[in-house]
Design a protein around this ligand. Structure first.
Ligand SMILES: C[S@@+](CC[C@H](N)C(=O)[O-])C[C@H]1O[C@@H](n2cnc3c(N)ncnc32)[C@H](O)[C@@H]1O
Length: 221
């Protein structure tokens, strides 16, 4: 996986993304936003916002910043913001692995179905931890690969097609947790067959890790 293959894959997906991935991923979006429990005035960052399917679910009192690598996905998110009159949302073309925001800029952060897409998940999680305020939360919904069984067999077979598919079918939870560098406060299954997981990370009120890059790499395999 690299930035070019991700951008190319989501240029292909953009015209039909909402039809194929809209309803099937919808419970995870709703669960995550409910779990964020946004308070009035809180600043929320959503990385990999895509076509903005989650955006109408945020309460109007939250200030939401959505970012994505793909201009084609973002174009659709922008039309959704206009259609739904979402005055509390701003959208930007950015790489979640290198965010231009200052440390501790956001109260809460959402990453929906992007962890196994981003070329370097450890770099993304480092950035999310950095821009989250001490005591804030980072919530992630993603598919994580199984250790055995029929799903594991399919994931192994699909693994070499990651660049073409635009996501990593073979994406173990344990390695992602190592890379996250934050306390995992909760994990629960979401979506069809509980095949996806909602993870809630808490950034300590005193961030002892600072901004240093000391995580094992997860991506690019
Ligand atoms: C599977 S889609 C998820 C879209 C949306 N979050 C949803 O709920 O449907 C993954 C999105 O992550 C974006 N993405 C991948 N790598 C990224 C990166 N490094 N920085 C920002 N966005 C990225 C892709 O462009 C794509 O829009």
């Amino acid at each position: 996986m690299d930035v070019q293959s991700v951008t190319a894959a989501y240029q292909r997906y953009a015209p039909f993304y909402d039809v194929v991935f809209g309803p099937v991923f919808e419970p995870g979006r709703r669960h995550l936003i409910e779990a964020l429990d946004c308070r009035p005035g809180e600043a929320v960052l959503e990385v990999g916002v895509g076509t903005g399917l989650s955006l109408p679910h945020y309460p109007a009192h939250a200030r939401v910043t959505g970012i994505d690598l793909s201009p084609h996905m973002l174009e659709r998110a922008r039309s959704r913001v206009r259609r739904h009159h979402l005055g509390n949302v701003s959208l930007h073309a950015m790489d979640a692995q290198a965010l231009p925001f200052a440390d501790a800029s956001f109260d809460k952060i959402a990453a929906l179905y992007v962890a196994s897409v981003v070329p370097d998940p450890a770099a993304m999680m480092h950035e999310l931890r950095r821009v989250c305020r001490p005591g804030g939360e980072v919530l992630v919904v993603n598919h994580f690969s199984r250790a055995d069984g029929w799903a594991h067999a399919i994931e192994r077979r699909l693994a070499p097609l990651g660049r073409l598919l635009g996501f990593r079918p073979d994406f173990p939870l344990e390695r992602f947790l190592d890379a996250a560098g934050m306390t995992l406060a909760d994990a629960r299954p979401v979506n069809l067959f509980g095949y996806w997981t909602l993870l809630r990370f808490q950034k300590p009120a005193q961030d002892e890790r600072g901004g240093g890059r000391d995580d094992p790499a997860v991506g690019d395999q």
